[in-house]
Design a protein around this ligand. Structure first.
Ligand code: FES
Length: 201
């Protein structure tokens, strides 16, 4: 891998994917209580995280990204395609922490997908090196600027590459995988900031 920033990008496609997702986000982000969990009590840990938010993801297209903030942090939701999912075990030997052993995700996301629903990837897009915001590369396949990287998230500050589950490659300046926030989803609605396991009767 090289550490050079890319100078040939598929700007057109990325604009489409991000732009369309922004429309979904603008219409779909709702700050709300969680009615179906309202009769339960949040655990102390869940309360300390702050209020969860509810997001409409039902109209996201495959590959789209939705952006919003939770507790002041950027949150991205990626509607992963089947091609994205198939790519997750192609580069395992080159990843620094392929099994997510470092505590960068809730325990219910300790899996290859690093998510509750494989198609719905929720991530805090802050590079674990020095905190830059990576760029989302939805296309799966060798990149013009790096034939050995198959897409996912690229940090332009010092060149860290992550796969489409936010797992960092070995030899990169970033020490850990991207962080996954608490969340759950039924495919149409995404709740960020809590999980049913956080509640007790
Ligand atoms: S801040 Fe991302 S590689 Fe340095």
């Amino acid at each position: 891998m090289t550490d050079e920033a890319p100078d040939e990008l598929d700007h057109g496609r990325r604009r489409f994917l991000t732009g369309a997702a922004t429309v979904v986000g603008g219409a779909g982000v709702v700050f709300a209580a969680i009615p179906f969990l309202g009769f339960l009590r949040p655990s102390a840990e869940a309360e300390s995280r702050g209020a969860p938010i509810e997001v409409d993801i039902g109209k996201m297209e495959p590959g789209q990204r939705l952006e919003f903030k939770w507790k002041g942090s950027p949150i991205w939701v990626i509607n992963r395609t089947e091609e994205h999912l198939e790519a997750l075990d192609k580069d395992v030997g080159r990843l620094r922490d392929p099994d997510s052993e470092v505590d960068q995700q809730p325990s219910y996301c300790d899996n290859m997908y690093r998510s509750v629903d494989p198609n719905v990837f929720v991530v805090i897009p802050i590079c674990t090196h020095l905190g830059c915001i990576p760029t989302y590369y939805p296309e799966i396949g060798p990149m013009d600027f790096d034939q050995n990287w198959l897409g996912g998230f690229f940090c332009p500050c010092h060149g860290a590459r992550y796969d489409i589950a936010g797992r960092v490659y070995k030899g990169q300046p970033a020490p850990r995988n991207l962080e996954v926030p608490p969340h759950h989803s039924d495919g149409d609605t995404l709740i960020v900031g809590e999980h049913p396991d956080d509640y007790q009767a």
